[in-house]
Structures are given as structure tokens and as C-alpha cells.
Design a binder for this molecule. Structure first.
Ligand code: FAD
Ligand code: SF4
Length: 422
């Protein structure tokens, strides 16, 4: 593998979300050799989990498809899924990086026929749908997965499913001899594009996430609304499958709060307006109430805000919700707080509550395996303090897709400058 790639003039991109994809493709199309490393068994990152993009409400799969085609057509990009970087040493133009790849137990002969999943009896929680459903332990991560190749969960090792799965595959694609592999390669520059995690909603004790089944997060409603999601696109309550027609969305759930995420994630207001649209489009008689501190709709996104605001079935209440209680008999949620415009206390009943949680940098939880400069929230600084190492997309700050793509193109240029200096 390493012989095929010119040492020192290769760029390592860590994270295969929209930012890492963009950096990799832009750098490769400018003539650089690129290694693209992604921890998940598929590329696309969080964007692959979104139902639609604001403000046009178009599906993210279109943009991802175009990027996947560009990657397939470009031999300069080598993709490593289920891979992480465990070590970095050296300097700009001559970094030694150690990559650790976990076994997929399915090789490139896989045609995605799905026979292994049919034969497998064990099920595991589906992380792509935030555990709202279960999937077979031999699985395709999601309908649009790239690479289009199955994965076998290691929990089947040593169980009768192991033989059933091997026997079911007519293509010899299942390989339980695969082992975790470590490989050390030389690269000239590194772009860190590891993105974000949803802020942990369980930390918001007053809102009952994890205790009240009908309190979900903004990313969960993206999956509920998606045709490939756990309910095939029906926005229903997790507790009883009832259509969610009286929905509350709580903006800034944990954001701009010194005890949780002190900063504004910039996109959650727009995502909340979009998710209000998902409900309104699905159920014409539905009502959505948005509880907000202030609405952050920048530039041309103001038009989208005005459009949603003009819907008479969408209500905006300026309030930080103080607490949520559950009506044990119905599973409804009672929201308590003060409407600061009307100066009135309220006790409002809803059948589903969506917490618009913010974006926590993955680098807050998991450090880059070499010292780089981060801000107080864990985002990698524009100047990483380490020549040759750059950050892109939401590893740098909370961004929407358009801004992440622009920023990642800039990171590709920085990386090309790094490999061109030597
Ligand atoms: C609820 C919600 C809705 C949104 N809706 C929209 C929208 O409608 N329109 C819009 O423009 N934006 C939207 N966004 C923002 C959008 O999700 C981000 O702009 C986008 O995900 C940024 O992409 P990224 O590649 O920087 O990060 P990510 O999407 O997080 O991708 C990072 C990738 O890196 C991988 N990774 C992480 N750590 C490692 C590691 N150590 N090694 C290897 N790989 C690693 C991850 O598995 C992931 O694939 C929304 C955000 C939220 C919270
Ligand atoms: S591993 Fe084999 S059985 Fe499973 S989807 Fe791939 S080709 Fe089909």
C-alpha cells in the first residue's frame, strides 16, 4: 500500500464527513495523493444522517453522491474506512502516522445482496438511527452507504451466527480471519476533519431525555423523518407510535449555557425551523411550538425564518423552558416556563418534544494524537501551532454544510502548500 504512494507529498485527511471528503477531493483534483481515513464503515459523516438540508429542503444524498463519484473516479484518493489514527510523529513534509483498522469481516467481493443479514439471527442496536431501532448483526450501515459493503458486528464471533453468515454468502465475501491491523505510513501534511458529536442530551436533567421516551433530540427527528429511518419517515412518538401532531422544539438545549455548551452552534435554529417544516408537511393539521431565546438566522437564511414564521400553525414562544414533566397516563409532556414577551407563566402540553442540542467538537472528547492548539471548547485553532497540521469543517468550529465545504477547500490549499514547501 505505502509503495504506491509517494512519501512526503501525500496528504492524510482524518474524518470522512462532508469536510474531509471535500478536502480530499479538492486536494486530489489539484494533483496531490490523499489518504482519507474514516472511523465509521461508511463515508459522509453526520450529513448522511440528515433527512433534508435547510433552507431548500433538498436531500443530502444528492451532494454526497456527487462526491462519492468524484472519489471513485480519482485514483489519487485511497479510502480507509473503520480506521483511526493512533499515532503521529515527525514534522511537516515528513510525518509518520500510524493507522489502526478494525476488521469489517466482509471483503471487497461483497455485492450487497443482503443474504448474510437474512441468515443472521442476532440483532444489535442501530447507531445510525441513534438506537431507535435494531438491525441484524450482519448489516449495511444505511441504504446509501459508501462503500456499498456489508459489515459484521464482532458480537457474532463464536456464536452459531458465524457459520450461518459464512454459509449464506455465495461470493466468499465473509472473512472471519480478518484482524485489526496497524500500519505506519509517511505523509507530508495532515488535515484533521473529525467533525462534531451531538451534545449529550442526558446531561440536561430538567428535560428528562432518556427517562421520558417522547423527549428526543434534533438528530433523532432527522432520522424519524427520513424514509430510510426507523419509522420509514413517519414522525411518530417513540412511546406508542402515535402520530406526533403537537410538537415542541426547544432551541439552545444546553447551548449558550456555561454548565453545558457555552457557545452558539449557529445551525441549530435553522435546523429547528427545518424540523418544524418536516412535521407541518407531514401532518397538515399539526401544530409546532418553538421555544427560543433568540432566532439566529444569518444572511439570506432570514427568508427561511420568515417563511416558517408566517405559518399560522407554528408558534414562537420566547422562553428558556425551565422543566419538563411527563403525564404518566398519556406519555404527553408538560413544559413549564415563562413567556418573556407576554410575561406569563405557562404549563404547555405537547405530545413530542425535540431538544435542539448543539455541536460538540469530537476533539473535545478525543484529543488529536499529537499536541495542537485548541480553543476553550476543544475546536482546533486556525493555526494549529504545528506546521503541516491543519483542521477543516466542524473540527474548527460549528458550521453549516456550505461553510464547512468552503473552509475545507481552504484547508486543502493549506495542505498543498505544506507538501509543496519541501
Ligand atoms: C440537528 C442538525 C441538523 C443539521 N442540518 C443541517 C442542514 O440542514 N444544512 C446544513 O447546511 N447543515 C446542517 N447541519 C450541520 C452539518 O451537520 C455540519 O455542517 C456537517 O456535519 C459538518 O461536516 P464535518 O465533516 O465537518 O463533520 P461530521 O459530519 O461530524 O463528519 C466528521 C467525520 O469524521 C469521522 N471521525 C470522527 N473522529 C474520527 C477519528 N478519530 N478518526 C477517523 N474518523 C473520525 C466521523 O465518523 C465523521 O464521519 C445540521 C446539524 C445539526 C446538529
Ligand atoms: S457479504 Fe456476501 S451475503 Fe452479505 S451482502 Fe455481501 S455478498 Fe451478500
Amino acid at each position: 500500500m505505502s509503495e504506491a504512494i509517494a512519501a512526503n507529498r501525500t496528504i492524510l485527511v482524518v474524518g470522512g464527513g462532508i469536510s474531509g471528503l471535500t478536502t480530499a477531493i479538492e486536494a486530489a483534483e489539484a494533483g496531490a495523493d490523499v489518504l482519507l481515513v474514516e472511523r465509521n464503515p461508511y463515508l459522509g459523516g453526520r450529513v448522511a444522517q440528515l433527512n433534508k438540508y435547510f433552507p431548500k429542503l433538498c436531500p443530502p444524498s444528492c451532494g454526497l453522491e456527487i462526491n462519492f463519484r468524484r472519489i471513485k473516479a480519482n485514483p489519487r484518493v485511497k479510502v480507509f474506512t473503520m480506521t483511526e489514527v493512533s499515532g503521529i510523529a515527525g514534522e511537516e513534509g515528513n510525518f509518520q502516522v500510524t493507522l489502526k483498522t478494525s476488521p469489517r469481516y466482509v471483503n471487497e467481493r461483497c455485492t450487497a445482496c443482503g443474504k448474510c443479514a437474512e441468515a443472521c439471527e442476532a440483532e444489535v442496536a442501530n447507531p445510525f438511527n441513534f438506537g431507535m431501532d435494531r438491525m441484524k448483526a450482519a448489516y449495511l450501515p444505511h441504504d446509501m452507504a459508501f462503500p456499498l459493503r456489508y459489515v459484521v458486528d464482532p458480537s457474532v464471533l463464536g456464536t452459531p451466527d458465524q457459520k450461518r453468515i459464512v454459509d449464506a454468502c455465495a461470493y466468499g465475501a465473509v472473512d472471519f480471519d480478518m484482524q485489526a491491523r496497524n500500519v505506519t505510513l509517511t505523509v507530508g501534511s495532515i488535515v484533521w476533519a473529525t467533525g462534531w458529536d451531538p451534545y449529550e442530551a442526558g446531561n440536561l436533567h430538567a428535560y428528562g431525555f432518556g427517562t421520558f421516551p417522547n423527549v428526543i433530540t434534533n438528530m433523532m427527528i432527522e432520522r424519524l423523518a427520513a424514509v430510510g429511518g426507523p419509522t420509514k419517515g413517519r414522525i411518530v412518538r417513540p412511546s406508542d407510535g402515535k402520530e406526533a401532531k403537537n410538537v415542541a422544539i426547544i432551541h439552545c438545549a444546553g447551548s449558550r449555557d456555561e454548565f453545558h455548551l457555552p457557545f452558539c452552534s449557529r445551525i441549530c435554529c435553522m435546523a429547528a425551523l427545518k424540523e418544524a417544516q418536516f412535521v407541518r408537511e407531514q401532518y397538515p393539521d399539526s401544530k409546532v411550538t418553538l421555544y427560543y431565546i433568540d432566532i439566529r438566522a444569518l444572511d439570506t437564511l432570514e427568508d427561511f425564518y420568515v417563511k416558517v414564521k408566517n405559518d399560522p400553525n407554528v408558534t414562537f414562544i420566547k422562553s428558556k423552558v425551565a422543566a419538563i414533566q411527563q403525564d404518566e397516563a398519556t406519555g404527553d409532556l408538560i413544559l413549564q416556563g415563562e413567556n418573556t414577551t407576554a410575561r406569563e407563566r405557562y404549563l404547555n402540553r405537547h405530545d413530542l418534544v425535540v431538544l435542539a442540542t448543539g455541536m460538540n467538537p469530537t476533539t473535545a472528547r478525543e484529543k488529536v494524537p499529537v499536541e495542537v492548539v485548541t480553543d476553550q471548547y476543544g475546536f482546533v485553532a486556525a493555526d494549529s501551532g504545528r506546521p503541516g497540521i491543519h483542521a477543516a469543517g466542524c473540527a474548527r468550529g460549528p458550521l453549516d454544510v456550505a461553510a464547512a465545504v468552503q473552509q475545507s477547500t481552504a484547508a486543502a490549499l493549506k495542505a498543498i502548500q505544506s507538501i509543496s514547501r519541501r
